[in-house]
Design a protein around this ligand. Structure first.
Ligand code: PEP
Ligand code: MN
Length: 348
């Protein structure tokens, strides 16, 4: 249950309500919403307590829970959350583009891709260093060295970086390298030990939707992050497993208007891992922006045939530039601006 007090309610009065709830064994969480006090009661609320809260003179509204999540529920904030990734905002008025190779393949290639991404107008550089490969014989990633190479390339281009973490034991490597956003991949969406570990790292987290996860399961995973202290959480729809085999996965754009009602978190769409086919990625990106995505995440490579992973779905540099330009146009048509690249030291 979420309890929003009237603006200007005194802190002492809020604390009185919190203590009363505690005497009934009910735990609360406090929203970071600056305009008014908002509490979530994380345990299920008995009817008599719910009735008392609803009738309380200082309470403006009470929302009954939709699921077991509370902190990520739309009602927990008045306005949507904006997540700052190394100076780049996700959420708010702008559309943000994440671009880069599937995996970091070495210093020269990642610097080349960073330059491509920067010139195209992308905001955040992606690249996997610890890769969740379906085959144990496929390239597994360059590990901590790859993170350092990604960071150096991002710094050179004036772009923050995002990379996937698969194991809590690797967290120090991500912190040491200065990774700006931790990606939880689809395969680890419900790795609750990992979620708890990354939540406390003080670094924003992008949580990809699990291969066969329902929206409720996805939000419950996001709630783990929020409950264990994550400040910045971004959701990423990357396609789900369906009966269809013509594409790698099925991109579920339904989540965009639906999650707008259910959560205050920003939502990014990754059409690369959804479609797996380069020609489908630009139209799906346009559709995602039109349907309300806060950003898109795409894979690109200067020479896709040489890519060590996911080359078959990588966009060419020119295709990335067109995609970013189209995201800008479609975004404008639906009332979104293009987020400025605030760290863009090299405007071209
Ligand atoms: C990736 O982003 O490189 C990746 C492996 O994505 P997903 O977890 O969505 O499969
Ligand atoms: Mn990939």
């Amino acid at each position: 249950m979420i309890v929003a007090f009237h603006r200007g309610t005194a802190e002492a009065d809020v604390q009185t309500v919190v203590r009363t709830l505690e005497t009934r064994g009910l735990r609360t969480a406090r929203s970071s919403e600056p305009r008014r006090p908002i509490l979530a009661v994380v345990d299920s609320v008995p009817d008599d307590v719910a009735d008392t809260l609803e009738a309380h003179a200082l309470v403006e509204r009470v929302e009954r829970p939709r699921g077991t999540w509370r902190r990520v529920d739309r009602a927990f904030r008045d306005s949507p959350t904006v997540v700052d990734v190394g100076g780049v905002p996700f959420g708010g008025p702008g559309i943000t583009v994440i671009a880069g190779p599937c995996s970091v393949e070495g210093k020269e290639v990642i610097e080349e891709v960073a330059d491509v991404a920067r010139r195209a107008g992308a905001h955040v550089l992606r690249g996997g260093a610890f890769k969740p490969r379906t085959s144990p014989y496929a390239v597994q990633g360059r590990g901590a060295e790859g993170l350092r190479q990604l960071k150096a390339a991002g710094d050179g281009a004036g772009m923050p970086i995002i990379s996937e973490i698969m194991d809590a034991a690797h967290l120090s490597a991500f912190v040491d390298a200065g990774v700006d956003c931790l990606q939880i991949g689809a395969r680890n969406m419900q790795n609750f030990t990992l979620l708890k570990a990354v939540a406390g790292a003080g670094i924003p987290v992008m949580l990809k939707r699990g291969l066969s996860a329902t929206i409720a399961e996805w939000l419950q995973a996001a709630e783990y992050l929020a409950a264990f202290g994550a400040e910045g959480i971004i959701l990423c729809e990357r396609g789900i497993r369906t009966f269809e085999t013509a594409t790698r996965n099925t991109l579920d754009l339904t989540v965009l208007p639906l999650l707008r009602q259910w959560t205050h978190l920003p939502i990014v769409v990754d059409p690369s891992h959804a479609a797996g086919i380069p020609a489908l990625i630009p139209p799906l990106s346009r559709a995602a922006v039109a349907a309300g995505a806060d950003g898109v995440a795409v894979e690109c490579h200067p020479r896709p045939k040489e890519a060590k992973s996911d080359g078959a779905q990588a966009l060419l540099p020119g295709e990335l530039s067109t995609l970013v330009a189209e995201a800008r146009v479609v975004g404008a048509a639906v009332g979104r601006s293009f987020a400025p690249r605030e760290r863009g030291a090299h405007a071209s």
